[in-house]
Each structure stands twice: as structure tokens, then as C-alpha cells.
Design a protein around this ligand. Structure first.
Ligand code: PMP
Length: 360
């Protein structure tokens, strides 16, 4: 079967040149006679792969020197726990912005470790917008402020970085990291699961300011302690080596394409293709406030929900896969991460128009 355009939210489509390179290197990585999967993580070859991945990520995001970059197990969900375990630093309150499903999950986990102060929420409008900074009210005793900078299910993206003064800002950037340049210096910590815009599942990236680590709560398991992992170059135990290798190939691919400023340009153009059409038609509907629409995850509904099944089936027939919305949201969702080519987005909009013409 030919490759499809995969609009899945994660695991998600990966750049074809990356998959081709990985295939070419599968049995024999650079004359070592073995696959990256088979290498010792302590060997020279893998240490080189890991170091290059970190250096390229640092270059792409212009990560300042006083930040550690970690590649960790456990996906983004492990960070829901690791952030309070490491960053409470003796305090008992952390502030969270509740902007939808994933911030809700982060909040539920944090409540196991501390009192959660809800600094802002968009629950009043079913999580269809990003609460404006003027409406935030942060407990001055909070150890940090956490927000989900792109809600993967709701399709709500913060297009601005909150100002939390001296209180460290923590972002779950899982579903839009690397889609645009990011001023890392504005954050205490940024984390992201890989399986959307970075690489395969199995690794999460944590970028953390050095002065915030080293005071994990006493019961923190060693592999969940940022300082332990930072001192061990993310290798306190066997790292998810193949996922790190593939992430590294994605970083090289991004650099070759011109880096994150270029990606942002392309991502704005791709999202515009879809939203312009959603704005002109009555047949489909986008629930998200215009100013806060995500460039990466575009949820939409058919006004006539009885056509959902036909829409998905015919889309599949046209090589447009994984458009079904999250089970908690219903409707449709098109995830158009960095690796989704413009041609895929054009094919989607073309199909949507044609479907409307035939059923509208
Ligand atoms: N945060 C966000 C914003 C997500 O989209 C996801 C996964 N869809 C997660 C956290 C959880 O990621 P993981 O499955 O890697 O733990």
C-alpha cells in the first residue's frame, strides 16, 4: 500500500526522509555492523548519537547555557508527576492553568503531591479558548505555574508566553514544540512527549533551568530526579536509544529545512489553508476562538453529525487517515505537525470541499 497522509495526533506522521534514512541504517549504522537498537548506550557510537541529538536540539531552540536538556522515559505523562516531585522545593502549592483535557490530566496528577491553585480556567466555555493573562490570578506562594501551551484535543494554542514574574513558568509543549521558535529563557521548564513533533513514542524531552533542580522531594525515585538524570546525561538507566536516535534525525531534518523560523512560516500557511476554508463554509464548524486556534491540531465538526461515518470512510479511501476526533471530543481532528507536507493539507481541504459539494 502507498503511504497515506496521516493526520493522527500522536503517534503521528514522521518525515519521510527520516524514515528512509533510518531504514537505510537499520542493519548497519555507519559501519558498526549493528543497528542503533542493538548498541550499548555506553558505547562511543551511541554516545555520539545522543550528544549530536542534544546539540542539534539546543541549536534549533537556541537553548541558553544555564538549561539542562534531558531525554527521559515515561512520555509527557511522567512529567505530570516529575514536575511537582522536583519543582515544589519544599513548597506546598503549585499554580495550574486549566485549559482542557491535558492540563486537567496534569492537574489531577499534581494533586497527589501538593495543593493545586487554579490560576485561570476556560471551563466556562468548554475549553474553547486560552484564558487571557489579565484574567490569571496566581497564588504568590506557588512553587511554579504550569500551563499546557497547546491543547492537543481541544485545539487551543497559546500564541503568547505568559509572564509569571519571579515564579517559574512550566509548559507542557508536547503538541507544538519545534513548530515555531521558542524563547526558552522565559521558562523554568519546558517538556514534551516525542510522538507528535519530535519522533517516536518512548522518550520525552525536558528543558530545565539549572537552578531549579537538585531539590527533589525525598521520596522521588532516582530515575525521576532531574538532577540525577542531568548528572548522568539522561542515562541513569538504559535510555530509549532508538527513539533518541530517530528524534536526532528529525532535528537534522529540521535544520536542513531552515530551522524553526522557517517551520513556523510553513505551519502558519498550512493552518491557514484549513481555517480559511472552515471560515467560509457552513457545512463544517470550528469550535475554537479564532485568536487561540492551534496551528497543529484542528478539531472540527460536520454540522450534520450523521455524515461523520461517511466522511471518515471516504477520507480513508482518498488516503487521508486518522481524522476521527478524540473519543472525548467527537467530530474530526486534523493534526498537521511539521512532518505533514503542504500537499497533505491541500489534499484534505480538497476532499472536504468535494464532500461538501456532494452532501451539502
Ligand atoms: N500532554 C499533551 C499536550 C499531550 O497531547 C499528550 C498526549 N497526547 C500528553 C501530555 C501525554 O503524553 P504521553 O502519552 O507521552 O504520556
Amino acid at each position: 500500500m502507498a503511504r497515506v497522509f496521516n493526520f493522527g495526533a500522536g503517534p503521528a506522521t514522521l518525515p519521510e526522509p527520516v524514515l528512509e534514512q533510518a531504514a537505510a541504517e537499520m542493519l548497519d549504522w555507519h559501519g558498526t555492523g549493528m543497528s542503533v537498537m542493538e548498541m550499548s548506550h555506553r558505547g562511543k557510537a551511541f554516545i555520539g548519537i545522543h550528544a549530536r541529538a542534544e546539540a542539534d536540539l539546543r541549536e534549533l531552540l537556541a537553548v541558553p547555557k544555564n538549561y539542562k536538556v534531558l531525554f527521559l522515559h515515561g512520555g509527557a505523562a511522567a512529567q505530570f508527576a516529575m514536575v511537582p516531585m522536583n519543582l515544589l522545593r519544599g513548597r506546598t502549592v503549585a499554580a495550574y492553568v486549566n485549559s482542557g483535557h491535558w492540563s486537567g490530566r496534569a492537574i489531577a496528577e499534581a494533586k497527589r503531591y501538593c495543593k493545586v491553585d487554579i490560576a485561570a480556567s476556560s471551563a466556562d466555555a468548554n475549553f474553547t479558548y486560552a484564558p487571557a493573562q489579565e484574567r490569571w490570578s496566581i497564588d504568590p506562594g506557588a512553587a511554579y505555574v504550569h500551563y499546557t501551551s497547546n491543547e492537543t484535543i481541544g485545539g487551543v494554542e497559546f500564541h503568547w508566553i505568559p509572564d509569571t514574574g519571579a515564579i517559574p513558568l512550566v509548559a507542557d509543549a508536547s503538541s507544538h514544540i519545534l513548530s515555531r521558535p521558542l524563547d526558552v529563557s522565559r521558562f523554568g521548564l519546558v517538556y514534551a512527549g516525542a510522538q507528535k513533533n519530535i519522533g517516536p513514542a518512548g522518550v520525552a524531552i525536558v528543558i530545565v533551568r539549572e537552578d531549579l533542580i537538585g531539590r527533589a522531594s525525598p521520596l522521588t525515585p532516582a530515575i525521576f530526579d532531574y538532577r540525577v538524570q542531568a548528572e548522568a546525561d539522561s542515562m541513569h538507566n538504559t535510555p530509549p536509544g532508538y527513539a533518541i536516535y530517530l528524534a536526532g534525525l528529525v532535528f537534522q531534518w529540521l535544520k536542513k529545512l531552515g530551522g524553526l523560523a522557517k517551520m513556523e512560516e510553513v505551519n502558519i500557511a498550512k493552518a491557514k489553508l484549513v481555517y480559511d476554508y472552515l471560515d467560509e463554509t457552513e457545512f463544517y464548524h470550528s469550535p475554537v476562538a479564532r485568536a487561540d486556534r492551534s496551528r497543529m491540531n484542528i478539531p472540527f465538526t460536520l454540522r450534520n453529525g450523521r455524515l461523520d461515518e461517511a466522511f471518515l470512510k471516504e477520507a480513508g479511501g482518498h488516503g487521508l487517515a486518522e481524522l476521527k476526533g478524540h473519543r472525548s471530543a467527537g467530530g474530526m481532528r486534523a493534526s498537521i505537525y511539521n512532518a505533514m507536507p503542504v500537499a497533505g493539507v491541500k489534499a484534505l481541504v480538497g476532499f472536504m470541499r468535494d464532500f461538501e459539494r456532494r452532501y451539502g
